[in-house]
Design a protein around this ligand. Structure first.
Ligand code: FAD
Ligand code: DLZ
Ligand code: SF4
Length: 518
């Protein structure tokens, strides 16, 4: 019996269920580079390079093991451009008795896979993705009839279930959460750590040339491409992080610094999400460093929380709530996305820096995503679908299962509080406290009115005023709403008018020189 084993570009894991039971004498592994996946949104050029180069190296590794691989390149003249077209063509080439795939990371692709059952004329087996700590079924059982999902409760359940950082049924160190210790601003005199980057080999250089030629109008630069594209690279990146960065990860988790996009963050999400690393091996390596005594508890807890907690949680929410999740718009946000999200051309230094990092590296760390680009979109009332698409385009680690809940639920509060107990809204003072951005800015967070006034301040208060009917009774927002209650009507109207004038002055739309969203 011959089986065609179809592996997608974010399933580049040797232990992916698609390969379970593989018979090298009979079976063929299929990988396909297709235009549809590069353009369903016009991904950052570096994301396309990373995925295609990683696919090509993965195919090489399988072949080196003696496995037969059928690899379709993007520039193959017969390439139909879609998963469905290429699977049908491959089925005609190989005449398999069965096709095996692992469930994908997106509803869009799951819909296509379900269609293959009827269109392909070959039995198809869709296997659950076992690369997560929490299966979709287990998350559904945990979610049950809950009307709100809170990461903290979910995370504690997983800590108890896995035994990670548990001592006799209690959390290590007697506390579940060390967030309060993990909010140190970056000290002005501390140099950011050197981070491991990778030089492209011949295979990757060929993909860089292909992407430069085929996707010139996509967002993002290619000059500084430094991502790893092999399993060996990804393992080296994990090792480097565990030894040099993890010990300080907790302390500076929320810090931001101009010109230093990575700080002590792992920069492992592109590898995790494409399959070059598994969540378990990343957590195990981090735990080994902790157990060897080189990593303090606040750092290991903060890190395990990101992977065992947040990453598993958002995946659970995605599959539990889709389809339909993306359609909610609890704060009735309707404004168009400012053009500076694509160009980086704005006098607001925090946004200019976060967008410049994003353009240059297809990366920005969590606080830049949540409290700079996300916070602005929240306060400005940007239409969720538009800003969600931006996040899906611009990051090397962006796949809908992880991007959507983070943007829709955490950054925009568009689900009305299903995931977050309050919107992550902040004014200029927060950004000033956690970064050095304000020092290089045309505006000042301390100036309240006039041409030097930081726009985030008016936007913050205008957001609370405008959304009072929905948010004023939220107990976690009691303090700012008490402040607002003491202000007279004229003052509040003036703030809203200034905020609206500022937002209305921002050019919107997709720059003509770039590829339009699909
Ligand atoms: P670190 O900060 O070092 O964290 C370690 C690992 O924990 C990450 O590699 C990642 O796998 C995991 N992790 C941390 N936070 C989260 C989270 N909130 N959700 C899921 N996993 C998490 N992450 C993506 O992988 N893809 C996305 O498209 C994405 N979009 C985001 C959009 C917004 C608005 C926000 C606020 C967050 C988003 N995140 C996304 C989560 C997080 O910002 C990135 O995972 C992180 O910045 C990746 O960099 P790192 O590997 O250096 O992470
Ligand atoms: C992101 C991406 C890109 C740019 N190109 C491909 C591709 O050519 N072939 C492929 O198999 N996968 C690609 N991917 C990843 C897919 O978009 C991803 O597998 C689906 O979105 C399912 O999560
Ligand atoms: Fe951003 Fe305001 Fe600070 Fe400028 S002053 S960097 S706009 S927070």
């Amino acid at each position: 019996m011959s089986t065609l084993r179809f592996i997608l570009g974010d399933q580049l894991t040797r232990t992916i269920p698609t390969l379970d039971g593989l018979d090298p004498a009979e079976d063929t592994v299929l990988l396909v580079e297709v235009m549809e996946e590069a353009t369903y949104v016009p991904h950052h050029k570096q994301k396309i390079v990373l995925v295609l180069a990683a696919m090509r190296h993965f195919a090489q590794d399988l072949r080196a093991e003696g496995i037969r691989v059928d690899y379709v390149r993007l520039d193959d003249p017969e390439n139909t451009g879609s998963f469905t077209g290429e699977l049908e063509r491959a089925a005609r080439r190989h005449l398999p008795d069965a096709v095996v795939v692992t469930e994908p990371g997106e509803w869009r692709v799951l819909g296509a896979m379900e269609g293959w059952r009827t269109t392909l004329n070959v039995p198809i087996e869709i296997r659950p993705d076992t690369r997560f700590y929490c299966s979709r079924k287990d998350f559904a059982a945990w979610a049950g009839t809950r009307t709100h999902y809170r990461m903290e409760a979910f995370y504690r359940t997983l800590r108890a279930r896995t035994g990670l950082l548990m001592e006799g049924g209690e959390p290590a160190g007697g506390r579940w959460n060390f967030d309060a210790e993990n909010r140190k601003p970056w000290p002005a005199d501390r140099a950011p750590p050197q981070r491991l980057r990778f030089s492209p080999d011949a295979v990757t250089r060929a993909v860089i040339d292909l992407v430069a030629a085929r996707f010139p109008a996509h967002f993002g630069d290619l000059d500084d491409f430094g991502w790893g594209v092999t399993r060996a690279d990804a393992r080296a990146a994990l090792e480097d992080f565990a030894v040099h960065c993890l010990p300080s990860f907790g302390d500076y988790q929320d810090a931001m610094r101009a010109g230093a996009p990575f700080l002590y963050h792992a920069t492992l999400s592109p590898y995790l999400n494409a399959g070059l690393l598994t969540a378990r091996e990343v957590v195990d390596r981090a735990m080994a460093a902790y157990e060897a005594g080189t990593v303090p508890l606040n750092a290991i807890e903060g890190f395990v929380r990101q992977i065992l907690g947040w990453r598993e949680f958002v995946r659970g929410v995605y599959w539990r709530r889709m389809p339909g999740y993306a359609d909610t718009n609890a704060l009735n946000a309707t404004r168009a996305l400012p053009a500076f999200y694509w160009t980086g051309e704005t006098a607001m230094n925090c946004l200019r820096q976060a967008i410049a990092d994003t353009k240059r590296h297809a990366y920005a760390h969590h606080i830049n995503r949540l409290m700079i680009t996300g916070n602005f979109a929240l306060l400005a009332g940007i239409r969720p679908a538009e800003i969600e698409e931006w996040y899906l385009v611009v990051y090397a680690d962006a796949y809908e299962w992880v991007e959507l809940p983070n943007v829709h639920g955490m950054a925009l509060f568009a689900d009305g509080g299903l995931m977050a107990s309050k919107p992550y809204a902040a004014g200029g003072a927060y950004i000033d406290r956690m970064s050095d951005y304000c020092r290089g800015c045309a505006y000042s967070p301390k100036v309240k009115q006039g041409p030097r006034a930081c726009p985030f301040n008016d936007l913050y208060w205008a957001f609370l005023i405008r959304n009072g009917p929905t948010l004023a009774r939220n107990p976690r927002l009691a303090m700012p709403y008490r402040t607002l209650a003491a202000w007279d009507r004229d003052r509040k109207e003036a703030i809203v008018a200034r905020a609206d004038r500022f937002l209305d002055s921002l050019p919107t739309g997709y720059p003509a020189a770039m590829a339009p969203p699909a």
